[in-house]
Design a protein around this ligand. Structure first.
Ligand code: 4NP
Length: 157
């Protein structure tokens, strides 16, 4: 039997962008009846919000799209770098931070800017909404859903 594709979303706090992306991809994979083929998780490069649920604004934006987020924030570990097949980061700071944790090119090749999978070929960044207001959280939710579609396309599913 084919192994699961293991996907880890990474942002700074793991309470806004990466749990939103985790929810969006899980939702799409569920719709495609492919849940059994994937393991999908998220984490942060910081442990600032360890154990916290996603930000209430993130949860609200997801709920509007029928997605219920229950993930608890956790910090990225070195084990994650080995375990997951795809390390999908939200911005260049995340990219640099994760890259700096390893010199192993096999691991570095697993790190992608998630925004590179967006359909409009805009900036390959999912911007941090934390210091912004609700519309920014809706935009993040739309963007991570679009990028999730692009990522599944990239995987050929
Ligand atoms: P995230 O957003 O990286 O998308 O989860 C942030 C959450 C918290 C903080 C910064 C960004 N913070 O500074 O606490």
């Amino acid at each position: 039997m084919k192994e699961k594709t293991k996907v880890l979303f990474i942002c700074l706090g793991n309470i806004c962008r990466s749990p939103a992306a985790e929810g969006a991809l899980k939702n799409l994979v569920h719709q495609k009846k492919l849940t059994h083929s994937f393991e999908i998780d998220s984490c942060g490069t910081s442990g600032y919000h360890d154990g916290d649920l996603p930000d209430p604004r993130t949860r609200k934006a997801a709920e509007k799209r029928g997605i219920h987020l229950t993930h608890k924030s956790r910090k990225l570990t070195t084990n994650d770098l080995n375990y997951f097949d795809y390390l999908l980061v939200m911005d260049e700071n995340n990219f640099k931070d994760v890259m700096s944790l390893t010199r192993d090119t096999k691991i570095q090749e697993k790190i992608f800017l998630f925004g590179q999978f967006r359909s409009d070929k805009g900036e390959p960044i999912v911007p941090d909404p934390y210091y912004k207001t609700e519309p920014a959280f809706d935009k993040v939710q739309d963007l991570v859903e679009d990028c999730s579609r692009g990522f599944l396309n990239f995987l050929g599913v």
